[in-house]
Design a protein around this ligand. Structure first.
Ligand code: B12
Ligand code: SF4
Length: 625
């Protein structure tokens, strides 16, 4: 089920609204000596191809963004803990500035949700007199907020409040809390009073519980879909978040100081950066267009250039990964950004000499911008990840074909940009096809010849918040357990076959491994070495090494699952997951984030205070579609 859309014209915040909120908070911040710990949940069992190394060598942008927003608003006593680097960290042992923090925030993707709930349960072990307010957010919270509340009496421990949105929602929540907080009162007590007084009802983007404070909630209240910030230049500067990182350690506790500035680059050499959000396509397996309320949001070229420059100057960071869904989505905006980056100069130094960047695009839009690719390279772009899915467009049609894809790949390679395909394997695709390009190996070979630098092969897996999510469950394709082993969140990452209508799903599992082995192997490594005359071709040899190492981990992790699929009994789901706890909106109507409610039922004013249409029309910078 896709996330419902807000009323047309009411999807975005008014221009300057985020800036004004930041200013208001800066005024009150000194009166409230808030201490905050933000944790990024990470399940180490998910480490394998195709993300191996990127997952731990890039401090995630989500928690950094929340940390930056806190520091920017004047709450500098904030620490960001990455489970990627601090796997033994226990919230029950955390102390910041000699005390338990006021706020404990946790961010999670769906596949890390077991670790996330474990952190929340551990935070509940803190003496109630000192326990911080527990706020959950991030992609899992956006699509399945109810999952962050425990319905199990034997294992209670829920978030106090879940943020289903971005910085604006989190800061609005803090503003409400501080506005009701009495002198010396704990934030959690202020939260309970604000909640019971309905003070959060005008903050769309929250889900909170009612019921016994330490037991299982009786009901969940959903304040509706967030309004999105339209102009990404309003976001707090990412330079702030890097100062808040907890240094990597094996301890359960926090260290006295954050990661030293001169160690940031060594610990997190890749820097993910928000450049744009949204995509004009509408792939049925993808939740992104609905999440973005069909809007396309961008930062200006000037702001991006400045961010890269400051991050380079302060931390020495020089490799940036755009958190884009489809960076080439809008040709004129793309050209505006790359032209600015290509000519940007600070203190007499060209930015492109210091900063290289990479991001995600589509084949269709790469061809639209083909004649400008030299400029894209000049602006510092060195590699692009392309959602090829299936070259023959049998699975999904978004303007790709064998000829178009190879054309786009060659065009990128010719200008010195490394094309990185992302493929999606599915039930009807064979390992190899004679006389056609349909087989997985046929496509891997085509992409290799066209200049692919790396390879991503994931099995089509139902993604929460996408159109295909529910039908994949109701059609009985999703596995509940295989050979007695339950399908758990950490294996729902596309690397394991957990949904299939194929008679022999183990073949799908082995086909993916064969595809990787065909691409990453000693033969192609030697070929890459022989051809390694330019810096681009040397990178191909390096990527072969990384790929082979990752493949060993992938085989080790997934081959047991292949055996289960081969010999074990497969139990299937009949319905998609739903909230175990009743959910409702603030006025008792169906909740926006309740998956058992069809979007049409919640297509109505989702909040009490709707902005005036004319003001909103002015706030819509330029909707993409
Ligand atoms: C970069 C990226 C990656 C990188 C991450 C590297 C890193 N260490 O950062 C790599 C390539 C490794 C990666 C891998 C995967 N990814 Co990925 N990735 C992205 C991408 C494109 C950008 C993430 C980002 O930086 N966003 C920018 C930040 C600022 O946004 P954000 O994280 O959403 O955070 C905001 C809000 O969510 C909120 N928020 C976040 N945390 C918190 C916490 C609190 C307390 C609060 C209040 C608010 C809050 O505020 C933030 C600021 O606005 C997103 C799509 C997207 N555009 O976001 C997908 C995305 C996160 N990935 C996704 C997935 C599924 C995966 C994979 C499983 C692969 C796959 N099958 O596609 C793997 C998992 C690997 C692993 N072991 O973890 C999904 C997650 C969906 C879900 N329900 O969890 C996303 C959302 C894409 C999608 N399909 O919609 N990914
Ligand atoms: S092109 Fe990519 S980001 Fe856009 S809708 Fe399709 S899968 Fe999602």
């Amino acid at each position: 089920m896709e996330l419902p859309r807000r009323a047309r014209g009411d999807e975005l915040l008014k221009p300057g609204e985020l800036n004004r909120l930041r200013e208001r908070l800066r005024i009150v911040a000194p009166k409230h000596d808030l201490a905050t710990v933000i944790v990024c949940a990470f399940d180490h069992r998910t480490r394998m191809l195709p993300f191996i190394f990127a997952d731990t060598r890039m401090a995630p942008a989500g928690v950094r963004a929340i940390g930056s927003a806190m520091a920017d608003a004047g709450f500098e006593k904030t620490r960001i803990v990455l489970q990627q680097w601090n796997r033994n960290f226990r919230p029950s042992r955390m102390q910041l500035d000699g005390r338990f923090p006021d706020l404990f925030m946790v961010s999670s993707m769906s596949l890390h949700s077991e670790e996330c709930m474990d952190l929340i349960r551990d935070a509940h072990r803190i003496d109630p007199r000192h326990r911080p307010l527990i706020i959950a957010g991030g992609p899992h919270a956006v699509y399945e907020p109810y999952d962050l509340f425990s319905a199990n009496c034997a294992r209670p421990g829920s978030a106090d409040v879940v943020v289903t949105g971005e910085e604006f929602v989190m800061l609005s929540l803090i503003e409400v809390l501080l506005s009701v907080r009495g002198r010396g009162e704990s934030i959690r007590s202020a939260f309970v009073r604000a909640r019971d007084g309905g003070a959060f009802d005008n903050v769309p983007g929250l889900v909170y519980s009612r019921g016994s404070p330490n037991g299982v909630p009786e009901e969940l209240i959903d304040t509706g879909m967030q309004r999105l910030v339209g102009d990404l230049d309003e976001l707090p500067h990412p330079v702030l978040g890097y100062r808040l990182l907890e240094p990597p350690s094996r301890h359960a506790t926090l260290s006295t100081h954050a990661l030293a500035v001169d160690r940031v680059r060594k610990t997190s050499p890749l820097s993910s950066l928000v450049l744009t959000f949204g995509c004009k396509f509408n792939c049925p397996y993808c939740p992104i267009p609905a999440y973005n309320q069909r809007q396309y949001r961008v930062k200006s070229g000037e702001r991006i250039a400045l961010e890269m420059w400051r991050l380079n100057k302060e931390y020495g960071l020089g490799s940036f990964f755009g958190a884009d869904d489809n960076f080439f989505n809008d040709k004129s905006r793309t050209l505006n950004i790359v032209e600015t980056l290509a000519r940007a100069e600070f203190e007499g130094v060209r930015l492109s000499q210091r900063a290289h960047w990479f991001t995600e695009v589509t084949v269709h839009d790469t061809l639209q911008i083909k004649e400008h690719l030299p400029l894209v390279h000049q602006s510092g772009c060195r590699a692009l990840w392309l959602g090829v899915e299936d070259l023959t467009a049998t699975l999904v049609k978004k303007g790709q074909s064998v000829d178009k894809t190879t054309d786009a790949f060659r065009a990128l390679r010719n200008v010195g940009i490394c094309p990185m395909p992302m493929m999606m394997h599915h039930d009807t695709q064979p390992l190899y096809s004679r006389g056609s390009d349909y087989g997985l190996l046929n496509q891997v070979e085509l992409l290799r010849r066209a200049g692919a630098g790396s390879m991503q092969i994931l099995m089509l897996t139902p993604s929460p918040g996408s159109k295909l999510f529910e039908p994949t469950y109701t059609s009985g394709q999703v596995f509940r357990s295989v050979g007695g082993k339950e399908v758990r969140p950490h294996i729902c990452d596309g690397n394991y076959v957990v949904a299939s209508g194929h008679k022999r799903p183990w073949q799908k599992q082995l086909t993916m491994l064969a595809g990787y082995l065909y691409f990453y192997n000693p033969v192609w490594f030697v070929v890459a070495l022989i051809r390694a005359r330019t810096s681009v071709s040397r990178k191909y040899a390096l990527m072969q090494i990384i790929g082979m190492m990752g493949l060993v981990m992938t085989v080790a992790r997934t081959s047991g699952w292949a055996l289960r699929l081969m010999f074990g009994r497969i139990e299937r789901e009949t319905h998609p997951p739903t909230s175990q706890i009743p959910m409702r909106s603030i006025d008792g109507a169906p909740a926006s984030h309740d998956p058992s409610v069809t979007p049409i039922q919640v297509e109505r004013p989702l909040v009490r205070h709707r902005a005036l249409p004319r003001e909103l029309a002015a706030s819509v910078d330029r909707p993409a579609q």
